[in-house]
Design a protein around this ligand. Structure first.
Ligand SMILES: [Zn+2]
Length: 261
């Protein structure tokens, strides 16, 4: 006679979409050091005066203690990512990702917003792991392609560095407009206080007003409009069907690869 054991006792973790335990302390430090060797984000911040001033840079460090906040598993097609718990004021408390799949969260994040923030950051992890698929979506549905040109030095100086986009800094819309997020103030830069501007690559001029049809397609301007990685993460986080740019990519998102290994 065999023992009748329900199959659910044997439920195994999905090895294709691993959900590793969150990192703190020394393990987190190691993971962040590896990330830095790939993206050099912290180095770029130190080298940029407004970006350094806008952050309390000494506080970029993980927590030493474990954090009891519950991290739920991602729903497909989003990768779970590797959570790293950071000290409360780290990068002024802004959640962000680092390579290859780290989701860096401040311990001061409110429990009520954790789910929504996790979804946003998991979109960024998917962009890191499946960059060609995202590039195709942006090209085919948003008329946006990566731009390898450069903006003048005085504009570059004001650019707010974003770890989520630092490895692919510019995209061009309709072969002409490059959106950017720049600090409003150079003397008292605030990480939350930026202007979205558009560099016109034909006339080589900077515009504060969005290009024709931009708002009609992408919705009302907010800080996410600096880059398609941010735009898509916010649109997916908000799930607002009335935004044309979201409707245009909704079905393609469901087809994204979800085998992370
Ligand atoms: Zn983001």
């Amino acid at each position: 006679m065999g023992l009748a054991i329900s199959r659910e006792f044997f439920s195994m973790p999905d090895v294709r979409r691993p959900q590793p335990p969150p990192l703190t302390g020394g393990d987190a430090l190691l993971a962040l050091a590896k990330a830095e060797s790939i993206d050099q984000y912290r180095r770029a911040v130190e080298l940029s005066s407004p970006n350094r001033m806008a952050r309390d840079t000494l506080k970029y460090a993980p927590t030493v203690h474990t954090v009891s906040k519950k991290i739920s598993a991602a729903s497909s097609p989003w990768p779970n990512g590797q959570i790293v718990w950071l000290q409360p004021e780290c990068d002024n408390g802004l959640p962000h990702t680092r390579p290859p799949n780290l989701i860096c969260l401040s311990t001061k994040i409110a429990d009520s917003s954790l789910e929504s923030i996790l979804l946003h950051e998991r979109v960024h992890v998917s962009q890191r792991l499946h960059a060609p698929s995202w590039a195709k979506i942006f090209r085919d549905y948003w008329s946006m392609t990566q731009w390898d040109g450069s903006v003048p030095g005085d504009i570059l100086l004001r650019k707010r560095l974003n770890p989520d986009t630092i490895l692919v800094p510019y995209f061009i819309w309709k072969k002409e407009w490059v959106p950017l997020g720049i600090f409003k103030s150079l003397t008292m830069p605030d990480i939350h206080d930026i202007d979205i501007v558009w560099w016109n690559t034909t006339s080589r001029t900077l515009h504060r007003q969005p290009p024709p049809d931009w708002e009609d397609f992408f919705g009302k301007i907010h800080s996410g409009h600096e880059h398609p990685y941010e735009l898509s993460a916010y649109l997916i986080q908000n799930g607002d069907d009335s935004i044309k740019a979201y409707k245009a990519i909704k079905e393609e998102i469901d087809k994204l690869p979800s085998y992370e290994l």
